[in-house]
Ligand binder design. Structure first.
Ligand SMILES: [Zn+2]
Length: 239
């Protein structure tokens, strides 16, 4: 049996002398570990299809209940790799978040988010897509941001966003937060409210570093996931 699976590569590691171990999110089967024998040898036919941030077709003998497989062959569908430190750091965040958010019972929804967002990195503002991605994954994990009023009292006039409280806040609940520009609040609402099926709503959008950071803080505060890739991007953005 030679099964043909499609998926996105989240992580690649050297394995044994000439092999490569790939962690890939597979559209119909979730997160699998794929071992490519001899992939580190020069001129390996599979090499291009086995890089991080790549969508590929994998040929293997699939068996229910197993999650590590030997690859027969891999073919590149699309590479999302970009020679830009901000874009590359954003892709690293996306891959790590996908990996850390994975669970057997919700991988189809997760795969749909990953697939659409990776595609969008090719021709959209990267911070818009990354913010959108984090908000969609947060929602999937049950940590969606509340943007229909103050997250504490539901007052409709809001003045800021509190990552710790999980959404918009009114003047009364501002505490030590800074008042946000109305434009920033609108950007946040647009990113949070746009459904995955209507990503075209984000086509002409760009986003401020600070707005992105508010949303990223929300994500990491509530999910508790490893924020090292995000810290790296923050440092890059500060320069
Ligand atoms: Zn309030």
């Amino acid at each position: 049996m030679n099964d043909k699976l499609e998926g996105i590569i989240l992580d690649v590691r050297d394995y044994k002398e000439n092999d490569v171990m790939v962690k890939a999110m597979i559209s119909d089967h979730g997160l699998l570990t794929l071992v490519a024998k001899g992939a580190r040898k020069m001129r390996s036919k599979n090499a291009m299809a086995l890089l991080p941030h790549t969508k590929s077709t994998f040929y293997l003998d699939y068996k229910e209940g197993k999650d590590i497989f030997t690859l027969h062959k891999a073919e590149l569908i699309r590479s999302y790799y970009q020679e830009d430190i901000i874009k590359l750091s954003a892709l690293a965040i996306m891959a790590k978040v996908a990996y850390d958010s994975y669970s057997q019972d919700r991988y189809r929804e997760l795969y749909a988010i990953i697939d659409k967002c990776y595609e969008a990195t090719l021709d959209h503002d990267i911070l818009v897509i990354l913010s959108f991605y984090l908000m969609k994954v947060a929602e999937l994990l049950g940590f969606g941001a509340y943007v229909d009023g103050c997250v504490i009292c539901d007052e409709s006039t809001v003045v800021s966003f509190s990552a710790e409280d999980g959404g918009f806040i009114c003047k009364r609940h501002l505490k030590d937060h800074q008042i946000c520009d109305i434009g920033v609040l609108k950007e946040i609402r647009r990113v949070v409210k746009t459904p995955l099926s209507r990503m075209d709503f984000l086509d002409d959008m760009s986003i401020d570093h600070r707005t992105f950071k508010l949303l990223a803080e929300h994500f990491y505060h509530h999910t508790g996931q490893d924020r090292r890739p995000y810290m790296f991007l923050s440092q890059v953005l500060r320069k």
